[in-house]
Design a protein around this ligand. Structure first.
Ligand code: BJW
Length: 241
């Protein structure tokens, strides 16, 4: 592999694996003997607009529980290392996270894009305003902007368009290094970014606990817990910068 110092524009895709060691459940594979989120819940019930239309209270309670839980968690060394890279890197850098937690930001990262939304925001489907939100949505609180009782979690469910796709593809077009961290490669369009980046000429690197569905698509895969692989990769990049 080429020395990390030769790269200038970096896109980093993160998934649930980057937050696993902070104690936040992944979706598809439980860690340390714990069941994953989708083993405990039917995806169709809690992560689709149809599920929400069928049983809004169930969905609101599911997200209330997770919104409360993430506020008790702390960034881990993988988030810290990415924040360190963000602060030090002079070229373009974009952390495209599929995660709806705020641990990248709490670690200090600034160049973060939440393509699947954020737990700590509520979206009013009446006035289309997104408001910061930390509490419950299950009791139909009024929207801070228009007072309608039409707030839902500001997250992207299956069948909905992920956020800021134009900005993501623009960053992928400029990237000479694409790094995927802790994601199974099971959900599109994020799972397709490695092909896009590669076709556009970027070097592609995967950091994951174990081989993922898309591992064969990367130029290089490094296996291990993100709390170890990410800091050592960041050290390597900054040593070559
Ligand atoms: C560690 C670790 C450690 C663990 N260290 N690593 C057929 C073919 C292709 C596509 C489709 C299809 N049918 C339908 C679709 C589209 C659909 C889709 O992809 N479905 C698949 C199931 C096939 N996608 C959509 O509907 C998306 N929208 C869309 O496509 O719009 C149209 C469009 C067209 C063209 C361009 C653009 C758009 C929307 C997807 C929305 C996903 N939403 C969710 C829920 C968000 C809210 C919530 O949190 O509840 O997002 S689903 C869930 O999966 C969540 C995650 O962000 C996402 C990805 O999961 P992630 O992060 O990869 O987690 P896991 O659990 O899968 O993997 C964890 C990984 O970590 C593993 O690899 C572990 O090894 C690793 N790991 N510990 C390092 N310590």
């Amino acid at each position: 592999m080429a020395a990390m110092g030769q790269y200038r524009n970096i896109v980093i895709l993160t998934g649930a694996g980057v937050s696993a060691e902070s104690g936040i459940d992944t979706f598809r594979a439980g860690t340390d003997g714990q069941p994953s989120l989708w083993e405990q819940h039917d995806v169709e019930d809690v992560a689709t607009p149809e599920g929400f239309a069928r049983d809004p209270e169930l969905v609101q309670r599911f997200y209330d529980m997770r919104r409360a839980a993430i506020q008790t968690k702390l960034p881990n060394p993988a988030h810290d290392a990415l924040a360190r890279l963000d602060a030090a890197w002079g070229g373009d850098l974009l952390i495209v996270t599929q995660n709806v937690d705020d641990l990248h930001e709490r670690a200090g990262a600034r160049r973060v894009l939440h393509m699947h939304g954020e737990h700590l925001k509520a979206w009013c489907t009446a006035c289309d305003v997104r408001s910061p939100w930390r509490g419950s949505l299950a009791d139909y609180p009024p929207c801070p902007a228009c007072q309608a009782r039409s707030l839902r979690p500001d997250v992207v469910w299956f069948g909905e368009m992920p956020y800021e796709m134009n900005r993501i593809y623009a960053a992928l077009r400029r990237a000479d290094l694409f790094v995927s961290i802790g994601t199974s490669g099971a959900v599109y369009p994020a799972a397709g970014f490695v092909r896009d980046a590669r076709e556009l000429g970027a070097h592609t690197l995967e950091l994951n606990l174990e081989r993922s569905q898309g591992s064969h698509l990367f130029h290089e895969s490094r296996l291990g817990p993100a709390s170890q692989t990410v800091p050592s990769w960041v050290d390597e990049v900054l040593a070559g910068a």
